[in-house]
Design a protein around this ligand. Structure first.
Ligand SMILES: [Zn+2]
Length: 120
């Protein structure tokens, strides 16, 4: 692909908003987006997407924390109940149930571990 403005030059990047091929002289980096240095529309588009990503990341974090708390409460509740049933020698309780509740209680921990790699 050649630069949209310079037919004789190879494109080094593609405008994230308009899809134009751009040479090194014509492209610009804006918050991780490659955009056309000369285009106001490209800059507006990149700003728009940056705002959306920022909002989505905040929302994602809030939802993640809420799910973490929810699973921690459910896991703890199951663990306490299973422990109670088990140690009072209830016939419904068994190591299987207790083990299952341990697994459930560990979900928020694994969710947290898996989210560590996604942070920049
Ligand atoms: Zn160019």
């Amino acid at each position: 692909m050649k630069c949209f403005y310079h037919n004789d030059r190879d494109a080094f990047g593609v405008d994230a908003v308009t899809g134009k091929g751009l040479c090194l002289e014509c492209l610009e980096e804006y918050n991780g987006f490659i955009i056309d240095k000369n285009s106001r529309i490209s800059k507006q588009g990149a700003r728009h997407w940056t705002n959306i990503y920022t909002k989505f990341n905040k929302l994602n974090r809030v939802v993640g924390i809420l799910f973490g708390i929810l699973f921690a409460v459910i896991g703890l509740w199951c663990l306490i109940n299973a422990g109670y049933l088990f140690f009072t020698e209830n016939k419904f309780a068994s190591w299987d149930i207790l083990y299952g509740c341990f697994c459930l209680a560990s979900v928020p921990i694994f969710y947290y571990i898996s989210s560590l790699g996604k942070e920049k």
